[in-house]
Design a protein around this ligand. Structure first.
Ligand code: C5P
Length: 303
């Protein structure tokens, strides 16, 4: 038997970051939107725990027990007193180390897939608890849609969306480490009063109305100056998307993927084409959101 789960990428339409906490994490007001770029995680009963990966960035994915998918299988197995004997195969389409929660998606996907494969039938609350232990963005990968995350980003409230938002994503030639970007945020903020992060009313209204112009006026990412400081060439990518007609251009999460909000699919194709020929990024993709969270695609008999 095997089970396949499809899990979406995310873009942060608002990422408000507070001062570093004593535990090293930062309090956030993190507005997530899931978008239709997906990884597919397939789990199959096996003699031991093993991870394999296919896709354009597969060589950058760790296949040992540091992989969030492996850690998810172990965490569920420990709770239910069983061995995590499973082969996890990741068909990876979400960029690696891109600020689009690709690793988190694989963690949420493996958790839901193992739960179905093993028949452990963990409750939604229990699954969300395990997700939060695995990483700050993992609960959102499970839930999908649109949500506000507070605390480390793991305490979620689902948000209403009144329509589909169209995006273009530009993937960079190298990754950025999330902890390094947060450290740079701390360095740039030294000696300044960092305000308590709060969700923007205008932004939540824009999401609820499905209004791309209002959303474009309200998007923000407090990690962007830190990401640009570590990766200055990203400002050329942002400028290329803006001059091609994007309504808004921002770094996605901790980057280095850049996200461009556009009005409709026609404008997405135009901005995507301009970015492809700009020479400022590695690859370009279009996707729209909100997209559903981790979804079981079906149980399949192993070949
Ligand atoms: O939770 P996660 O493992 O995804 O976080 C990765 C790193 O990002 C943390 O080790 C921390 O350095 C940083 N982080 C943070 N504050 C958050 C979330 C992440 O400082 N709210």
């Amino acid at each position: 038997m095997s089970v396949t789960v499809r899990v979406p990428a995310k873009v942060n339409v608002q990422l408000a970051v507070g001062a570093a906490r004593p535990d090293g994490f930062h309090d956030l007001a993190n507005v997530f939107l899931a978008v239709g770029l997906y990884d597919e995680v397939t789990v199959t009963l096996a003699d031991g725990l093993r991870v394999t990966c296919e896709g354009p960035d597969a060589d950058q994915v760790p296949l040992d027990r540091t992989n969030l998918a492996a850690r998810a299988a172990e965490a569920l197995a420990v709770r239910y007193g069983r061995s995590p004997d499973v082969h996890i195969h990741i068909a990876k389409d979400i960029p690696v180390a891109g600020g689009m929660a690709g690793g988190s998606a694989d963690g949420a996907g493996a958790l839901v897939a193992c739960d179905a494969l093993w028949g452990t039938r963990a409750s939604r609350v229990e699954l969300l608890e395990i997700c939060a232990e695995l990483g700050s963005d993992v609960p959102f990968s499970l839930v999908g849609g649109a949500a506000l995350g507070i605390g480390r980003g793991e305490k979620l409230t689902t948000l209403e969306t009144g329509g589909t938002f169209h995006w273009v994503f530009a993937m960079a030639g190298r990754g950025l480490s999330t902890p390094a970007v947060f450290r740079e945020f701390d360095r740039l903020g030294e000696g300044r009063e960092i305000p308590v992060p709060v969700a923007s009313r205008e932004l939540l209204d824009a999401l609820a109305k499905g209004d791309p112009d209002a959303l474009a006026a309200a998007v923000s990412n407090d990690l962007q100056p830190a990401a640009l400081s570590l990766f200055p060439e990203l400002s050329d990518t942002l400028a290329a998307g803006r001059s091609a007609g994007a309504l808004a251009a921002l770094v996605s999460g901790s980057g280095p993927t850049t996200a461009f909000l556009v009005r409709d699919p026609g404008s997405a194709s135009k901005v995507a084409q301009a970015l492809r020929t700009s020479g400022t990024c590695r690859t370009v993709r279009t996707a729209s959101g909100p997209a559903p969270g981790a979804t079981v695609l079906g149980d399949r008999v192993a070949s």
